[in-house]
Design a protein around this ligand. Structure first.
Ligand SMILES: C[S@@+](CC[C@H](N)C(=O)[O-])C[C@H]1O[C@@H](n2cnc3c(N)ncnc32)[C@H](O)[C@@H]1O
Length: 329
């Protein structure tokens, strides 16, 4: 699975959680039953490929807002789906457009929906993309380079108050105000200029708290990336439409990398599993008792990588898989 594009996390766990229902549960395609896999963030196609090989779905929709990811998933999946007679749809779009993307292809419900959030190693490692403070580049940071403002454009015009809010809300940066002030004075346009500006602005206390292992600009880069790509709004939308797309018995898996992503996923899944209880004392027969439409499979409540994966793939350390299953229409 390891290749130059991206090393996927929690592959074994994703396979265990999702492949059985991809084998057994049918969604609907053009009014007919079909086992449908949707990978809403296909990246380098590693998870898609693992699920295709494990469960042989009939239809695969691999979607990403990054054109490079679509090309890479196509390269990896095309020979495999050809051999197995699987219908593959590669779609360059944000997953906030998932409902339309599926409706345009006649798909009204799916067996499995996976989302592995955040950025790929390819995006971080590619000089021209401007995601990383470790590489000198123009500050772009857009996952989809065909639309939206680059990080450099945002920093050229943003006001200090708004930038402070972004650093606080999306980076949980304790020195947000100082850093925002410094950025609004120099208005850096490259990764290295931004990293230097943040390092110089950060208080000695915060720098000590971070220690040597974490670069002072880490939280600023995360915050800007989340803002530039509207990541939390995208996630909110995916959580609104995703569960409704599941066929009965189907599962949705979401992999998150930090608490700003994990909290809404956890809350959404928990809320969907609750049932409204009838008022106390109201006589009600057992058959009329409300039943939950969704459940969180006990063994996949909150899955984190084992020691072996944490040591071989440091990026996996903060990852967490949550799974939701549809029980009833
Ligand atoms: C961690 S990588 C996915 C890696 C993939 N699971 C694999 O096995 O290679 C995250 C991917 O999600 C994409 N992405 C993030 N937010 C997205 C969104 N709202 N809509 C579509 N793609 C998104 C990114 O462009 C990136 O390619």
């Amino acid at each position: 699975m390891a290749d130059g594009y991206h090393l996927p996390v929690l592959v074994e766990e994703v396979r265990n959680a999702l492949a059985p229902c991809l084998r057994e549960v049918s969604g609907m395609r053009d009014g007919r039953r079909a086992r449908v896999l949707v990978d809403a963030t296909c990246g380098g196609g590693g998870h898609t490929l693992a699920l295709v090989e494990a469960a042989n779905p009939e239809v695969v929709v691999a979607l990403d807002r990054d054109a490079d990811a679509i090309a890479e998933t196509g390269r990896k999946l095309t020979p495999v789906v050809g051999e197995r007679d699987i219908e593959l749809h590669l779609v360059h779009a944000p997953n906030s457009e998932l409902t339309t993307v599926l409706a345009d292809r006649g798909i009204s419900s799916v067996s499995v929906l996976l989302a592995d959030l955040g950025v790929s190693s390819h995006q971080l490692d590619c000089d021209a993309r401007g995601f990383s403070f470790r590489r000198h580049a123009e500050l772009d940071m857009r996952m989809d380079r065909t639309r939206g403002q680059t990080a450099a454009e945002v920093l050229a015009e943003i006001d200090e108050q708004q930038l402070t809010r972004i650093l606080r809300d999306y980076g949980e940066e304790p020195d947000a105000k100082r850093i925002a002030r410094a950025i609004c004075v120099t208005r850096p346009q490259t990764t290295t200029a931004l990293a230097e500006c943040v390092s110089a602005a950060m208080s000695a206390r915060q720098r000590r708290a971070l220690g040597l292992r974490i670069h002072p600009a880490t939280r600023t880069f995360q915050a800007l990336r989340i803002h530039v790509n509207g990541e939390l709004t995208q996630l909110e939308n995916l959580l609104r439409v995703g569960p409704a797309l599941l066929a009965v018995g189907g599962r949705m898996g979401v992999i998150t990398f930090h608490s700003l992503e994990d909290r809404p996923v956890k809350r959404c899944f928990q809320r969907l599993c609750k049932v409204a209880q009838p008022p106390d004392g109201l006589p009600i027969v057992a058959a009329d008792m409300p039943t939950p439409r969704f459940a969180i499979p006990r063994e996949f409540r909150s899955v984190t990588p084992g020691e072996a994966e944490r040591s071989t793939n440091p990026r996996s350390r903060s990852s967490r898989l949550r799974v939701l299953q549809r029980l009833a229409a």
